[in-house]
Design a protein around this ligand. Structure first.
Ligand code: HSE
Length: 402
């Protein structure tokens, strides 16, 4: 069997996972790739004395770029720089790239795909969204006959874990966040998880793939879970719903809205039962109807497995670019003020009459929280809701899914 050399940029959690996956499933992987995949270089700032890869460690990118035997570069360093520069140089040097780096893909995916096409190599990023869950390849391959009008995902394991614990154990936000950090689920900076930025990058990537244009991370409306309280969870239970942080790309009246926000998900929706650190991506297509992809959205080996699958695909297609349509043209995303949905709004009990006047058609929900009442509004534009809510001492409000 011919040998093909690869380089791994970054020997952190995912990088060491890539080496582990390649070693553990070596025979299967090589058989499927039709080549003996061999790690020639590991780029990292650190040395790893005693680790079997120690002999392969380099501290500069140049030896990798200059080595014609290296056909695939795995980028698992994270962050935009120097990842972007290294990946771009690798593609220009005729090497395919497999990455798990959502920040890089969300910001520069379209450009890197173009460069890959021009150089007859591949830029693959299956692990950048949903970790080990196959979703990127289904989007550009298996679902290619579909007109997709909705992608709604639970794309952040940390926040889903926190919300699940709050739901099932009545725990409060701060204590569960601390536990999630101790277990290593949360990002180094938990703000990226709890404020929805991590999910925002992932839905920017999926939205771009749906419309084949650039949906900037900055144009995704993002609201996290820091304001969700135990009382909100009581209301969700009363409504037979669960609060989920949904990352969503949805067509409404011909406009694409891309957002991350907590939603009250009804108990017959497939996303309702996605709990703990699991992720799921719900897709609706005009021919297919509903489909859902479910599994481990993070973690060393699930993420590394998806990266290695990209390496195998790249090895199987040396010299052939697999076209993924995602142009650099900016997509005009709808403004959140025009997005329409129903809301749960919690208000002091003595404001009920005024609230009913302000929100129009409503139904009430009593979750047994002393001194307050909940209202479910009809479908309202965000702007109209905000205008009505400004007249009242609103305790909290959460959007309803459906
Ligand atoms: N912090 C992320 C999560 C890791 O919780 O899902 C995977 O991107």
């Amino acid at each position: 069997m011919d040998r093909v050399e690869i380089a791994v940029l970054g020997y952190g959690t995912v990088g060491s996972g890539v080496v582990e996956v390649l070693n553990t499933n070596q025979e299967i992987i090589n058989r499927r790739a039709g080549k003996d995949i061999h790690v020639k270089y590991v780029l990292d700032l650190r040395d790893f004395p005693g680790d079997p890869i120690q002999e392969k460690v380099v501290h500069q990118m140049d030896p990798i770029l200059e080595d014609p035997d290296v056909k695939v570069v795995v980028e698992v360093m994270g962050g935009v720089e120097p990842s972007y520069s290294y990946v771009k140089k690798a593609l220009l040097a005729g090497k395919s790239v497999a990455t798990s780096n959502k920040e890089l893909v969300a910001r520069h995916g379209a450009e890197l795909l173009k460069i890959a096409g021009e150089n007859r190599v591949n830029f693959f990023y299956e692990a950048s969204v949903g970790g080990g869950i196959p979703v990127i390849r289904p989007m550009f391959s298996c679902l290619t006959a579909e007109d997709i009008d909705e992608v709604s995902g639970i794309l952040n394991g940390t926040t889903n874990y926190i919300l699940s614990k709050m739901t099932f154990e009545g725990a409060d936000f701060e204590s569960v966040l601390k536990e999630a950090q101790e277990k290593g689920y949360a990002e180094r900076n938990p703000e990226a998880d709890v404020e929805g930025y991590d999910a925002g990058r992932k839905i920017a990537i999926l939205s771009s793939m749906v419309c084949e244009k650039q949906v900037d991370f900055e144009s995704v409306y993002m609201e996290g879970i820091t304001k969700i309280t135990r009382e909100d969870i009581l209301y969700a239970g009363k409504l037979n719903r669960a609060i989920k942080l949904l990352a969503r790309s949805r067509m409404q009246d011909g406009v694409m809205y891309a957002m991350v926000a907590p939603f009250l998900v009804e108990n017959d929706h497939p996303l309702y039962s996605v709990n703990g650190v699991f992720n799921a991506i719900f897709v609706h297509g005009n021919m297919l109807g509903d489909a859902m992809f479910y599994g481990k959205g993070a973690g060393k080996l699930p993420t590394a497995s998806a990266v290695v699958a990209d390496v195998v695909d790249a090895v199987k297609h040396l010299g052939i670019n697999i076209r993924i349509r995602w142009s650099q043209e900016k997509m005009q995303v709808g403004e959140i003020k025009d997005f329409a949905c129903r809301f749960l709004v919690r208000i002091p009990e003595d404001c009920l009459k005024k609230a009913q006047e302000a929100f129009g058609q409503t139904e009430t929900v009593d979750a047994g929280v002393p001194g307050e009442i909940g209202l479910i509004t009809g479908v309202m534009r965000e702007e109209d809701f905000a205008e009505a809510a400004a007249k009242l001492p609103v305790i909290n409000r959460i959007r309803l899914n459906g």
